[in-house]
Design a protein around this ligand. Sequence first.
Ligand code: FER
Length: 297
Amino acid sequence: MTHAACALLICLSAFPALAQPAPGQPRPAWGPIVLREDDKPAFPAPPEGWDKRREDIPHGMLTMIEYESKTVGTRRRMNVCTPPGYTPEKKLPVLYLLHGIGGDETEWERFAQPDVLLDNLIADGKAVPMIVVMPNGRAQRNDRPTGDVMKHAPAFAVFERDLLEDVIPTIEARYAVQADREHRALAGLSMGGGQTLNFGLGHSELFAWVGGFSSAPNTRPSAELMPDAQAAKHLKLLWLSCGSRDGLIHISQDVHAWLKSQGVPHVWHVTDHAHDGAEWKQALYYFLQQLSFSPAP
Ligand code: FER
């Protein structure tokens, strides 16, 4: 065998999933990264102190709550962040924030502390008070991220029903919530980004603010994400972001190109990160600032 053939074989065996369709998923998995001209940041690097807990400002509260999931047939958990000054008397908008293939309801808190980001943004008048709900997007009886987590991908599709029929009704029953599409946002990272685009664009009557961060191979083909592209124009915010060193960027690039071809306004934010927490944390920081929900009457 020639050296070149040998090197190719070693390369292929080291990356067996290269540009192969992810099993059972609508999109290929990791692929070669080919950057395009407009794959650029829409926002600067976050300012000094953006993610540091400040003692001189009011803080929100994080609570792990349980709910009965009719969809899964078990009692499940979600992490709920209420902003400083939350009272049952004042209804607030809600962001549902979804995790990745290896994560669970604690993932966002572990690498991004959305409560700290939001406390700081609210204190500086850069974001409006909102409730952030971090559920578990793996809708199966054992929803722990153990074993071969790639095998859990089908449960991330089942989560659509859990979100719509169990999670959202639970939050709207237990918290003071502005329960309409203009005050309900959906965002997520990787598998959660795919879920967000699939469920959010598929239900624009329920969500007016939609953010896919580094969306994964579970993202439906672009033309199927929203059969009526005109409906996407009624969104308050459609956000796509990804790291320029992420082998899944071809998925976000494809959705971005499709939205562009349909004339659907959206944010396209590409920064110098990989498929990692640093990418998602800064994406969330800027996404939160775009959620300019109108105040309660
Ligand atoms: C895959 C590659 C990546 C895949 C899922 C992912 C189900 C998800 C990554 C993540 O959530 O971080 O082939 O298939």
